[in-house]
Structures are given as C-alpha cells and as structure tokens.
Design a binder for this molecule. Structure first.
Ligand code: NAD
Length: 241
C-alpha cells in the first residue's frame, strides 16, 4: 500500500514543494487549497499521484469534508502536514480584533481542526505522523508581527502537548519552524530588506521552499519514527539556540 500524505495550503510555496517531493518519491498526495483552485489543479495535473481538495482550514465543517474527500482518494492518511498559514506585518497598536482572530483561526485553529479530523483514523491504526509549520518568529518573536509570532508560538505548544498525548498511540507530532524562505509570503519584501536578511544569515542566502520540503519528507519517513515533540528549524543559521 503506498504511503499517503495530506498537506494543507499546498497550491504554492513550501506546501507545493513538499507535494512535488512526496509525489516524486511515490507517495499518494492530497493537496489542500483554499482559494487558488487553478494553481492546485495545475499541480495535481502534473503528477498522477497528487489530488486537490478544497477547504478553508479555519472552518471545521470544510475541514471535515476535506478529510472525508482525502480519505476517499487515499484510503487512509499516514501523514498530515499542517502547512496552511497567513502572515501580516503591522504595528501591534494597529492590529484590529478581526485581524487577530483571523490569524489565530487559520494558523492555530486550522491546525486544531485538521489534527482532530485525522487523529481518529491514526489512533485506530495506531500509526501516524503530524507535522506542523511554525516559524522562527514563534520562537523569538518578530517586531510588527505580534499576532503571527503569537500564533506560531501557539503551534509549538500545541505540538509538544499533542506529542505527549498521542505518543502512546504510536503517533508522532513534530514542528518545523523555518527561517526566511523565498515564497509569496515574503513577496512584499523590497530588495534592500532581502539583502539585509541574507547578510544576517550565516549561510548568506534565503531559504528555498525545497529546503523545508526535504526536512518535512525526513520527518514523514520511517527514519524519523523515534522523533516526536520536537521543533526543528531550517534557517541557514539565522537563529541558533
Ligand atoms: P505561502 O503564502 O506561499 O503559502 C501559504 C499557503 O497557505 C497558501 O497556499 C495559502 O493559500 C494557504 N492558506 C492560507 N490561508 C488558508 C486557509 N484558510 N485554508 C487553507 N489554506 C490556506 O507561504 P509559505 O512560505 O509557503 O508558508 C507555508 C507555511 O510556512 C506557513 O504556515 C508559514 O507561516 C510557514 N513559514 C513560512 C516562512 C517563510 O519565510 N516563507 C517562514 C516560517 C514559516
């Protein structure tokens, strides 16, 4: 039986790079998208083992439907990658309650919804892996990104607690906390800001989505069976703890 993975927010960026890598390695891959149907369908059309499933991860009903659809396509879910996320830069004093709530609905509640939807099947099979995307900003905090930093810190807490709770069921839960990765999420950065970030990074480059995808693949694979509750940060040395 081929291994299976559900990746949220996978129509572009890190999620899409991961989907391509898993598909190339022979996995059956369900990619979730929210609004970018065309990009998701194009990615799915490029690999016979990638399927697209729509849902806003902030909406429990849509997530439950997405997982049902993924199960129809895949039969079971070995690995869930909670990759969908949003970021926004603003002065903390300007952040509206609606913006705060949306950040937490997508970045934290989305992880809660997806984990709750896939866990019954994993517990039944006494096997499974969950990988949550946090960020270095969830570890160190970023000025003008207070809601994002707080939401990504929450993902770390969720990961550690859930790892303890479901470990006895043979399920691992880990967190990947990337540094600055060159995706649409950072498209608004001007060249000056990008150069400053490169200079601050010991390896002297921004990360590529593929740099994160390879770590996601390692954590999803059986090589990582004894790793759980950990936060691993591909960041070029930008943050060394
Ligand atoms: P991205 O903006 O390219 O991708 C995010 C994806 O999430 C998009 O496909 C988007 O459509 C999807 N998404 C957003 N809201 C959604 C929702 N409600 N339901 C379903 N999907 C939704 O950014 P990326 O860099 O590929 O980010 C992927 C993950 O990595 C995010 O969780 C992000 O916070 C995290 N991350 C990114 C960086 C970076 O520098 N790019 C650094 C650290 C962590």
């Amino acid at each position: 039986m081929p291994a299976t993975v559900l990746i949220t927010g996978a129509s572009r960026g890190i999620g899409a790079a991961a989907a391509r890598l898993f598909a190339q390695r022979g996995w059956q891959v369900a990619i979730n998208y929210h609004q970018s149907e065309e990009a998701a369908r194009t990615l799915a059309a490029s690999h016979k083992n990638i399927f697209a499933v729509q849902a806003d991860v902030a909406d429990r009903r849509q997530v439950n439907h997405m997982v049902e659809e993924a199960l129809c396509q895949l039969g079971h879910i070995d690995v869930l990658i909670n990759n969908a996320g949003i970021a926004r830069q603003a002065l903390f004093t300007d952040v509206t309650e609606a913006e705060w709530d949306r950040m937490f609905s997508v970045n934290v509640k989305g992880v809660y919804h997806c984990c709750q939807a896939v866990l019954p099947g994993m517990i039944r099979r006494q096997k499974g892996k969950i990988i949550n995307l946090s960020s270095i900003w969830g570890m160190t905090g970023a000025s003008c990104e207070v809601p994002y930093s707080a939401s990504k810190a929450a993902v770390i807490g969720l990961t550690k607690a859930l790892a303890k709770e479901v470990g006895p069921s043979g399920i691992t839960v880990n967190c990947v906390a990337p540094g600055v990765i060159d995706t649409d999420m950072n498209a608004a950065l001007c060249e000056e800001a990008r150069e400053a970030l490169r200079e601050e990074t010991p390896l002297g480059v921004l990360g590529r989505p593929e740099d994160v995808a390879s770590l996601l693949y390692f954590l999803a694979d059986s090589q990582a069976d004894f790793i759980t509750g950990q936060v691993i940060s591909p960041n070029g040395g930008f943050l060394i703890v």
